[in-house]
Ligand binder design. Sequence first.
Ligand code: CLF
Ligand code: SF4
Length: 519
Amino acid sequence: MNAVVGRRAYANGAVARGEMMQPAAEHKGCRTSANAGQASCGSRVGQGDLPTGIWEKVKNHPCYSEDAHHHYARMHVAVAPACNIQCNYCNRKYDCANESRPGVVSEKLTPEQAVRKVLAVATTIPQMTVLGIAGPGDPLANPEKTFRTFDLVAKAAPDIKLCLSTNGLVLPDHIDTIVKSKIEHVTITINMIDPEIGAKIYPWIFFNHKRYVGIDAARILADRQLQGLEMLSERGILCKVNSVMIPQINDHHLVEVNKAVKSRGAFLHNIMPLISAPEYGTVFGLNGQWGPTAQQLKVLQDACEGEIAMMRHCRQCRADAVGLLGEDRSAEFTTGQVMKMDVKYDLEMRKAYQDRVEDERAAKVTANQDGLAKFAGEMSEVTLLVAVATKGSGLINEHFGHAKEFQVYELSTSGAKFVGHRRVDVYCQGGRGEEDRLSTIIRGIYDCHAVFVAKIGGCPKSNLIKAGIEPVDQYAHEYIEKSAIAWFRSYLDRVKSGEIQHAKRGDAAIRQGALISAA
Ligand code: CLF
Ligand code: SF4
């Protein structure tokens, strides 16, 4: 029996507002809040939704808090080249697909080079709050380099949060070191709990000086991953589980994985799409295994959303990524450039900058709450998606033609909820729009009713309208959620007055056919 029904219960036995202790066997992620617009699906949690200790851990971690990812940056240092398993979606020439999109790591670093790079980035980007080690192999298959890097950074830059990502095979052997190293966040990639499915994803593992293949390999891996997750949760480490969605291999099975990791205390579940193409040289890429569409991914994420939070803002970063999620500033911080930089790690300056960021966030929350007041007491069945062009800070501040991605929000009378992003080809090339790209962009956001931009030209505007997507530019440089709510208010009013009819935009095949011809 659940002793905390009606309250929020968290992994590691934490209970909101100190009401009751949660039974040890019932590790839970945070639950969905009934608060309008403040659904507490972990990536959307706000200060009022979490116990203070957990809020302090996630409030400026761009992966563990959806809101934080608009404001704070992370960086990875590529100090861990070796790996102890083989995934069929990985080619060791490329970044670790646990946490990366395919693309070679520019440089592998020693721990000493890594700490200098961290200090250089911390000096230049004061909103960089998290150092992750995520490859390019498995960090725990390179334990000396990984833990030495964390220890050096903890001493040199004590305000930076330490974050580890692993395939989990040797995780149970490193729990004490993780705790001792003050690593507060650990990601484990768990793609299956059924070894028969695992055998289709992992050809081999190397464990205890022995190579295992097939179902035996997958069974050992799954057992060790779940054991490691449970041990970390018991020690108060916030754990995120990443799963790669591989159509017709583990897509339906990930619902079972979701339940299994929830029951072992995972704080957040991040289901990511398989990235696969022959040119990446992976087994899946060469065999023609395809990845899911953004819409298929959303259906699975929706199916898993319940008591555990679902992360929907992952950008599948490189193992040497630097910057806000979705931007990559790693090219500014090569070893050559870092050695030339005047590095002055200034804790006071960083704190002052982050205080200003917190003021901005507070203003945004107030504005969103004011916007939500427009729906006081009103219930409507209508829900729809809108796409937003943004460069960050929670603002509509990107031109349509410059957008590399659109963020997607689901609107209802409960508010605006971030549900994902769609990468697109940049429309504007050398000052003029590319019509082929416009068609691809429209295909990418075909299920959205409107697209919010800071500015848009006449040609893309009329093609979007033809495709049934309303271009909205009157909220340029204003807060995303507040603007989306204001537009949704006017949308409902237009439906009510008969000016427009609400129609769902759903069926992929029909919509795509219609929209490609419209563009
Ligand atoms: Fe890096 Fe991963 Fe830490 Fe984030 S990434 S080690 S938890 S600091 Fe974040 Fe990048 Fe997705 Fe990873 S967006 S791939 S979830
Ligand atoms: Fe590649 Fe990472 Fe899998 Fe190792 S754990 S094979 S580096 S994706």
